[in-house]
Ligand binder design. Structure first.
Ligand SMILES: [Zn+2]
Length: 348
């Protein structure tokens, strides 16, 4: 355990503590219990627990042997490291109680764990950076834990039984508050020699126009990263910079649909930039399937417009790939995290 601290007088390790269940967790659980009546009679083994560790929300899911979700408790992220670890423990306990067994635990989180130092880096939930997140979770949960980047979990989930089922190369794209990429090949996450495979959001926008250089400042310390252009935040920032109007991404899309010319132009620029950014991925990995998660992945026009924005930039006489929203939507992160362990590793 590193950088341990007391919060509200609670002491580590968490595993021995009895947790006060928040109203949110209780409400989520009650809903799950209604939908999973009888889960306790299921086979006690082969339960895979996934945890989606988001900056604002933490969610757990217990996946049974048939791929069905047996429980899905969630809670707000308390916004501090020790408290967040306690929330993870609480949610895992809830999920296992509802599922009627002990499971393997995989966690999807922003950023990645450095194979060299063992600590989190590159997380936009910046208080995770520098922490021994996996070791601290293992101590708190008293078992081995696998941790992977949240976009890798999206790619894995969709490659196992989602929009990319059966695909050779799957690239997961998260376009929400931030922007991330993840890679699965033959149904397995590829983390890379340095653990940074798929870290696509913090490379520069390719084939720059004059007004795109040097680009906005990024939280990572550089300027002009893809994230500053193609995340939902970047989309809204671009619209505000051009029009002086601060609107949410959803509101801009809706305005464009209603015929607002400035909003339509913002969407044009967005598609063009995302197309260029994905063409680079095609030249390196040539994915069979791109799966999209995050708030902007719900915009249907994306899938109509993107192929024509990608194709001219790919170094090929022709280009085709499947582009689809995540089949499991917001659940893909938690499902992919559960799949970080093979089902054969789960035991009751
Ligand atoms: Zn950056």
């Amino acid at each position: 355990m590193t950088q341990r601290a007391n919060e509200g007088g609670a002491a580590f390790p968490f595993a021995a503590a009895r947790f006060k269940v928040s109203a949110d967790v209780r409400a989520g659980l009650q809903a799950e219990r209604r939908s999973i009546a009888g889960a306790k009679t299921r086979e006690r083994s082969l339960i895979q627990i996934g945890v989606d560790f988001g900056g604002t929300k933490i969610e757990a899911a217990a996946i049974g042997p048939d791929g069905g979700v047996l429980a899905r408790p969630r809670a707000p992220n308390p916004g501090g490291y020790e408290a967040a670890i306690r929330t993870v423990c609480e949610l895992v306990a809830q999920a296992e109680q509802a599922a009627g067994g002990r499971g393997t635990i995989g966690v999807g989180a922003p950023g990645s764990i450095s194979p060299r130092t063992g600590v989190v880096r590159n997380a936009n939930t910046t208080w995770l950076n520098g922490r021994h997140f996996r070791e601290d979770l293992e101590a708190a949960l008293a078992r081995p834990v696998r941790v992977a980047n949240d976009a890798n979990c999206l790619a894995l989930s969709e490659a196992v039984d989602g929009a990319a089922a059966g695909a050779r190369v799957t690239f997961g794209v998260i376009i929400g508050t931030g922007c991330g990429g993840g890679l699965a090949i033959d149904g397995q996450v590829v983390e890379g020699a340095n653990g940074v495979s798929g870290e696509w959001g913090h490379m520069p926008l390719p084939w720059l126009e004059a007004d795109e250089y040097p680009g906005p400042e990024c939280w990572c310390g550089r300027r002009g990263c893809l994230e500053t252009f193609v995340s939902g935040t970047g989309f809204a920032r671009d619209h505000a910079a051009r029009t002086g109007r601060k609107m949410t991404g959803e509101a801009i899309i809706e305005a464009a649909r209603q015929g607002d010319a400035a909003a339509a132009l913002t969407f044009e620029r967005y598609i063009d930039r995302l197309g260029r950014a994905l063409a680079v991925v095609c030249d390196i990995l040539d994915p069979d399937v791109f799966v999209f998660g995050g708030g902007l992945s719900n915009v249907g026009e994306l899938y109509e417009r993107l192929p024509a924005a990608i194709a001219p930039h790919v170094f090929s006489d022709s280009w085709t790939a499947k582009l689809a929203p995540a089949r499991w939507g917001d659940s893909s992160g938690v499902r992919g995290a559960a799949r970080l362990w093979p089902q054969s590793a789960a035991s009751g």
